[in-house]
Write a new protein. Structure first.
Length: 292
């Protein structure tokens, strides 16, 4: 009899522990289920509450609109006209601010693209801003706020970001002072560049076409093959010009031809620059590195 008591005590203790473990397990599983279903329950309840309250909100809004519309009937025509004019002015002001913000965002993007401009072997960029511009020669030339003290010299290549952020050729430096420099663009008859067609690797001289009103490439081989849309870049022959800077693409002339043969010796093609000169504000000048 005395031997059975310890065995019964062990059995009772085991049953008690098992019951406690069962209770803890049930509590843990219940907590997990509640936490797992909380988000779903919250989403469903939120949707249900919005659907339930939407008729009341809709009625309140409609009532408010009716009261506001009725209130307008008590205003005179002059007062209504004054309010309409004020609303029109506010709308115009907001539209102007929005346009200004868009312009600032676009300008910021161009500045970031310009600041990430990579250096070229033997050259380094000097960043500058357009200082003055004449209305009569708006597309042909302008003055920048960097000069001889910044290492800029006549003939140096000028680049600026196009709408996609690519650095493309804007023109060359014509003359410099200590703190300023004059840029002649691709639309100036004083700007001359040695260029190449990137696909066919044919080289020629780029200058502004007085009659075509576009830059043209002269002295190309007469027996060469020329295609519309072919990219034009700098050849790098000049010591002032890095190799491979994009300029524009070949386009058809007024007669519908891609190339025109001159004197049965040379071909001539027209080029549409990638850069819109009218909007150039920030740019970079590639200057030659001074040997250390």
């Amino acid at each position: 009899m005395m031997q059975d008591d310890p065995l019964k005590e062990k059995r009772k203790k085991f049953a008690k522990n098992l019951h406690g473990a069962y209770v803890i397990g049930v509590v843990v599983i219940s907590a997990v289920v509640v936490l797992a279903g909380y988000r779903s329950f919250r989403r469903i309840f939120a949707g249900f509450s919005r659907d339930f309250m939407s008729p009341f909100f809709s009625c309140a809004v409609k009532a408010e609109d009716r009261v506001e519309a009725a209130g307008l009937m008590f205003h005179s025509k002059r007062e209504l006209a004054r309010q309409l004019a004020a609303a029109t002015r506010e709308r115009a002001r907001l539209a102007t601010e929005n346009a200004l913000l868009n312009e600032v965002a676009e300008e910021n993007g161009r500045l970031r693209a310009l600041l990430s401009l990579p250096g070229r072997t033997g050259y380094e960029p000097v960043f500058a801003e357009v200082l003055t511009r004449s209305v009569a020669t708006w597309r042909e030339r302008f003055v920048i706020n960097r000069g001889e003290e910044d290492g800029i010299a006549p003939g140096d290549l000028v680049v600026a970001p196009d709408r996609t952020g690519r650095p493309v050729v804007a023109g060359r430096i014509k003359e410099v002072s200590k703190h300023t420099a004059t840029v002649i663009t691709l639309y100036s008859d004083e700007c001359h560049l040695s260029v190449m067609l990137t696909t066919s690797r044919l080289c020629g001289g780029l200058e502004f076409g007085v009659y075509s009103r576009r830059p043209i490439i002269q002295y190309l081989p007469a027996d060469g093959t020329y295609a519309e849309g072919e990219t034009v870049a700098t050849s790098g022959i000049s010591s002032h010009t890095p190799h491979g800077i994009l300029i524009g693409s070949v386009v058809r002339n007024a007669a519908g031809h891609v190339a025109t043969i001159r004197d049965q010796m040379f071909a001539e093609v027209e080029v549409k620059p990638f850069l819109e000169m009218d909007s150039v504000q920030f740019l970079a000048v590639y200057i030659r590195k001074v040997p250390q």
